[in-house]
Design a protein around this ligand. Structure first.
Ligand SMILES: [Zn+2]
Length: 424
């Protein structure tokens, strides 16, 4: 009995310590850090653009030094006095993708990136690390955050016009998703709110999101654009829009992105947010989703609903694409001799770290497509843009095509873990 009481006491102490940890180091505010990631023929570099303080902190308050995934970018905060790590997060970037394109050859270019961190109470060292496709470090940069630095701007006076579409819980307990308008003129305001509601409802219709409505907040944030629609370089159409988004990113016609990341975050000042959805007011087909950065999709195309959920699978869930076809521009994106970091594709180099525990014992590896009904979870060859050497967990999934109505069981399990990571 005495031992039992002792164990209880230890657990209470650990819980109390865990609960206090956020308050020990951080204020209930946000430090936004803006960087330029750049490269020329010789080197890859990270430069600090600015630091901005904003009211409130919408991110996680537990598991602060754990990573959701070991992806291609890492940001770490260390207490300057002790050197102890006090917060970490991982991300991907458009810059990282650009490094592998032909566009890079003979050109030096920089990309904007912004990250939200809990505002430290004391002097802190912030380290940014970028990795290549083999997850080897290619650049890192450290800088200090000093609380009384008068050149760190405090923002948040004026609230952007916004409307809650779904309110599942308080900001400190739920995952806060902001949905931004892009390419909607003042006259198209109502239409944006309808599209934003459609996006939120569609995401919340899917497993595992629908199992946890209390863990989600969706807020639509209105920004009027000068022009209606977004830029379509393929047909020579350029529009003046709030976030300068365009198709044909890296000359891929359907790849819709924005590189004006600072403008995106400027539009969200004073609205609690962790994840960003940008709705582009266009009938052109396309989209893009970058893990822990943002996603963009066409709100007037007939595939709006499934593409929106697919891109959210990238930007929130860190899921990889499960599709592949002969001659894909992206074929070869994943080196076959290392395990990719995305939870839903494997090269079988370290399959134990993926969905092996979800496979029934008699499952053949690889699993043949003709046996898809027998093995809802298997190891199907083809995925991550490659027909050979990269495997996916199921024949069909929201991360593979626009017609299948759900995520495969492995994607559902990965998303479930992530929701738990952010909210428990
Ligand atoms: Zn899947």
């Amino acid at each position: 009995m005495r031992l039992y009481a002792f164990v209880i006491a230890i657990v209470l102490v650990l819980n109390a310590k865990g609960a206090n940890r956020f308050d020990d180091f951080f204020a209930d505010s946000t430090l936004r850090v803006d960087y330029l990631f750049g490269a020329d023929a010789e080197r890859v570099s990270v430069f600090l653009d600015k630091q901005v303080k904003m009211p409130g902190w919408a991110g996680r308050r537990n598991r602060l030094t754990e990573l959701p995934y070991e992806s291609s970018g890492l940001i770490t905060m260390c207490d300057a006095a002790t050197g102890d790590t006090i917060y970490r997060n991982s991300f991907s970037s458009l810059f990282r993708e650009w490094l592998d394109t032909d566009e890079r050859v003979g050109r030096a270019r920089a990309f904007q990136n912004s990250f939200l961190l809990p505002l430290p109470k004391a002097e802190t060292i912030i380290n940014v690390e970028l990795k290549d496709g083999r997850l080897s470090t290619i650049a890192h940069m450290s800088h200090h955050y000093v609380p009384d630095d008068v050149l760190i701007e405090q923002r948040g006076g004026t609230k952007a016009e916004h409307r809650y579409l779904h309110r599942g819980g308080s900001v400190d307990r739920a995952i806060d998703v902001a949905i931004l308008s892009e390419g909607y003129t003042e006259a198209e305001r109502d239409s944006f709110y309808v599209h934003a509601q459609t996006a939120a409802d569609e995401i919340l219709r899917y497993k595992p999101f629908c199992d946890h409505p209390e863990n989600w907040n969706f807020v639509a944030v209105w920004v009027a654009s000068q022009d209606s629609g977004v830029s379509v370089p393929r047909i020579g159409e350029w529009r003046n829009t709030s976030f300068s988004s365009h198709f044909s990113t890296f000359y891929s016609d359907r790849y819709l992105t924005t590189d004006r990341i600072f403008d995106v975050h400027d539009a969200l000042v004073s609205v609690p947010y962790e994840h960003i959805i940008i709705l582009a007011n266009t009938e052109e087909y396309g989209g893009g989703g970058i893990y822990n950065s943002y996603m963009l999709t066409s709100s007037r195309h007939h595939t709006f609903k499934p593409v929106c959920v697919h891109e959210f699978g990238h930007s929130f869930g860190g899921l990889g694409d499960e599709y592949f076809y002969e001659g894909d521009l992206m074929e070869g994106s994943y080196p076959l001799d290392i395990e990719p970091w995305e939870p839903n594709i494997t090269t079988l180099v370290d399959f134990d770290s993926k969905w092996k525990q979800l496979l029934p014992d008699d499952t053949p590896v690889p699993t043949l497509n003709k046996d898809a009904k027998k093995y809802p979870v298997g190891v199907y060859e083809g995925g991550g843009y490659s027909t050979k050497g990269v495997y996916r967990p199921a024949d069909e999934c929201r991360m593979r095509n626009n017609t299948y109505p759900e995520f495969c069981p492995v994607c559902v399990a990965a998303l479930e873990r992530l929701i738990e990571f952010y909210t428990r």
